[in-house]
Design a protein around this ligand. Structure first.
Ligand SMILES: [Zn+2]
Length: 234
């Protein structure tokens, strides 16, 4: 194998690792968003349960006001009853008091129903809160792991780049820039094995002259299809 190819393969090995690390790094923000989205369902469930409970609590307060109004009327009528001397008026007031009394009973029954409903809704709110808290804890853990992964990725990239730099010294600048250009353009490799006359990069058969050039190992042969630098592997 040409010594230049050997050196480039070492560099390419680093570049592949750096590329994989960069790809991993790129996925982190998306994974953070996905982790946060897991909470959305729990948040919505908690908000809906809280809203339901509030509606019931408002309805109970309104009923209590209605009951109080009628009880006030009853109290007032009772005072008026003591003051009146007219029997017909007294009777009419008794009817009024009874009517309000029945209304109060009806409203109190309704209030009792709503209080039971509120109790059930309070249990739903409590379990929704619990679910939200449990999910939050898991997400916090996931997010912390993602932060750690980001730090590790960045450190590994720096390490690989430093190592790469030690391997690029002494390599022909033009050859290195050619290699860089191909690697960037192809996105995966710039140096590929040639196996049974097939380029390992694009999987096309190379011409006989390219095959001979690669076998000769005097100068770098390039695949005429994809431009990758070739070395004979078999
Ligand atoms: Zn090729």
């Amino acid at each position: 194998m040409l010594p230049e190819i050997q050196k480039l393969l070492v560099i390419q090995d680093r570049d592949k690792r750096i590329l994989a690390l960069h790809n991993d790094l790129k996925r982190i923000p998306m994974e953070e968003t996905m982790a946060r989205q897991k909470l959305d369902g729990d948040k919505a469930a908690l908000a809906a349960a809280t809203a339901d409970l509030q509606t019931t609590e408002v309805a109970i307060k309104n009923l209590e006001l209605d009951i109080q109004t009628r009880q006030d009327s009853i109290a007032k009528l009772k005072v008026q009853q003591y003051q009146t001397k007219k029997n017909a008026e007294f009777q009419a007031m008794t009817h009024e008091i009874e009517r309000y009394g029945k209304e109060v009973t009806g409203l109190e029954d309704r209030e009792l129903e709503l209080m039971e409903k509120a109790e059930a809704q309070r249990a739903v709110v409590a379990s929704a809160k619990q679910a939200h808290a449990a999910t939050s804890a898991i997400i916090e853990e996931d997010l912390a792991k993602l932060v750690e992964r980001k730090v590790n990725c960045e450190a590994a990239i720096a390490e690989q780049e430093a190592e790469r730099a030690t391997h690029t010294t002494g390599i022909d600048e033009f050859l290195l820039s050619q290699y860089d250009r191909i690697f960037k353009h192809k996105g995966d490799s710039a140096v590929a094995p040639l196996t049974n006359g097939i380029c390992g990069g694009c999987h096309m058969k190379v011409t006989a002259s390219t095959l001979n050039k690669a076998k000769g190992e005097k100068e770098i042969a390039q695949c005429e299809q994809c431009g990758r630098m070739l070395y004979v592997a078999g």
